[in-house]
Write a protein that binds this ligand. Structure first.
Ligand code: TRP
Ligand code: SF4
Length: 329
């Protein structure tokens, strides 16, 4: 049997997860865990690059994110789940990579350039923010990853990882495979206001929202903006809410809405009622598991500790090789 390819990906711990995460990143992770040797981690150090003034949110989100992962079906028996800051070797490798990473590579990174251009400078004017992709490179190659599932926004970071990896191998001898990105299909679910679902836009439906909150949020969702009156025909293709239906409603209901909406035979209020009912039912098993893990601190701690141990056993081995390669052993 050939060894399974290794997959590494991380998520910044800057708040609770929402449906955009679920129907984008997480469904992808759930699939990958069956076929690959997966390492998924809570990137709490990376979260600090933006949240350093309020680190409490990082700690809180780390636990919440684990609970959400487990509740949607990420399986700790299949994938190794861990916390970045618990694996100190990431920091050591980050430091070594920082020695060989030319500054211009970081200065031309789009994330950095955009933040400079937006003049949001201030908070982002740190050494850590500039070096963010170097830490990300360490996260990835310390596991000798082959594949990195990411959204398009992260592509320049993985490209940089590849360049840094080649440079390391060139300087110190072949040590790391050069990892490849796998692009995660963009989630079709957008936020309540029609923009990308995001914590910072305050337009997200959280995986942990209760029924009353879901009701309020679905009620406030923008639909087809062309459809001003109840008698105007609508177009599901142009409706911000519609993409949730195929994810949560029965096929017959979806077909009915697709037929009735353009003929103004269903109003958005009723359409939202159908969605709400199905969303509540669809998230019920997730909420049940969230409660279970929230009430079982010890179990959650054990799962995290086991994942951390598994991750560490690899990073320790890698760092022995790395120290030797850079003549520091
Ligand atoms: N930068 C990634 C994001 O914001 C998170 C991340 C950190 C990551 N380290 C990683 C993703 C390593 C993939 C691999 O989404
Ligand atoms: Fe969207 Fe439904 Fe209203 Fe049609 S009826 S515009 S699909 S919310």
């Amino acid at each position: 049997m050939t060894e399974r390819k290794r997959v590494v990906s991380g998520m910044r711990t800057t708040g609770k997860l929402h449906l955009g995460h679920y129907h984008g990143v997480l469904t992808n992770w759930i699939k990958l865990q069956h076929d690959y040797d997966c390492y998924f981690f809570a990137a709490d150090w990376h979260a600090l690059t933006s949240e350093y003034q309020d680190p409490a949110i990082v700690k809180e989100s780390t636990r919440d994110i684990f609970i959400d992962w487990l509740s949607v079906g990420i399986d700790p028996e299949k994938a190794t789940l861990f916390i970045q800051s618990e694996i100190k070797e990431h920091a050591e490798l980050h430091l070594l990579l920082s020695m060989i990473t030319p500054l211009p590579w970081l200065l031309r990174n789009p994330t950095y350039k955009d933040s400079q251009a937006e003049g949001q400078g201030g908070d982002n004017e740190t050494y850590g923010f500039l070096g963010y992709p170097v830490l990300q490179a360490a996260d990835i190659i310390i596991y000798k990853a082959n594949l990195v599932p990411i959204g398009v926004d992260q592509l320049p970071h993985v490209e940089l990882t590849r360049e840094i990896t080649r440079r390391f191998n060139h300087l110190y001898g072949d040590t790391f495979p050069v990892p490849e990105p796998i692009l995660t299909e963009l989630s079709k679910v957008s936020g309540l206001d029609g923009r990308k679902m995001s914590k910072s836009y305050n337009n997200a439906i959280l995986l942990s929202d209760d029924e009353a909150t879901l009701k309020k949020k679905v009620g406030s969702m923008v639909t087809d903006v062309q459809r001003a009156r109840r008698n105007d025909p609508g177009d599901p293709e142009k409706c911000n809410l519609f993409p949730l239906h195929p994810l949560y409603s029965k096929a017959e209901e979806v077909d009915e809405i697709c037929a009735a909406c353009p003929r103004a035979e269903i109003g958005c209020v009723d359409c939202k009622k159908i969605l709400l009912k199905n969303l509540v039912a669809g998230l019920a098993p997730v909420h049940e598991k969230q409660h279970y893990y929230r009430d079982n601190h010890k179990l959650l701690d054990e799962i995290i500790a086991a994942g951390n141990d598994r991750a560490r056993s690899i990073t320790r081995k890698t760092m022995l090789e790395v120290r030797k390669a850079v003549k520091l052993s």
